[in-house]
Design a protein around this ligand. Structure first.
Ligand code: CU
Length: 169
């Protein structure tokens, strides 16, 4: 029995190695690899990855972010400038619908010890920590219900320039 199996194996091997068989095999392999890698490079089911930056020019790189309702959102936030946290700190604060961002920014001024986040505020959906130049952080949160949500940097004076809208569709 073993011998017959071995024979069968070697003949199939011979057949598959003959002619253009090798090339075709290679092609197949590369296609398989591509399909395996794609989900990582592009979009994972139910997951949205966002890369947001803040600069020394007091700007976010994005003023619009779109996610799907119920998605797991993985937000990487990076301060791509060089200035320290004390003079050019940046954070990402996602606010509930209907929050007055200017008023929130005013209120935040009084909470320096809490990274300029009003303690006990029910207006905050989620936020990152305050970063200085060169620092990076990541937060994960579930996209809220469909709607438009303002996000800001709550460092003193930054809300005027550092604001955007997260749209959940
Ligand atoms: Cu800022």
């Amino acid at each position: 029995m073993k011998k017959i199996l071995m024979l069968l194996l070697s003949t199939t091997l011979l057949i598959s190695c003959g002619g253009d068989g090798k090339k075709e095999e290679k092609k197949e392999n590369s296609i398989k690899l591509n399909t395996q890698e794609k989900p990582k490079e592009e979009k994972e089911e139910g997951v949205t990855r966002i890369y947001l930056t803040g600069s020394d020019q007091m700007k976010f790189n994005k003023n619009e972010i779109v996610v799907n309702a119920g998605d797991k959102v993985i937000l990487t936030f990076e301060h791509v400038g060089k200035l320290p946290k004390e003079t050019m700190g940046h954070n990402f604060v996602l606010l509930k619908e209907g929050t007055n961002v200017q008023e929130f920014g005013q209120e935040a001024l009084e909470f320096k010890e809490n990274d300029y986040l009003p303690e006990g505020s029910d207006a905050i959906i989620t936020h990152t920590k305050m970063l200085g130049g060169g620092e990076k952080t990541e937060i994960t949160f579930e996209a809220p219900a469909k709607g438009n949500y303002d996000y800001i940097c709550s460092f003193p004076g930054h809300v005027a320039l550092m604001n955007g809208v997260l749209t959940v569709k």
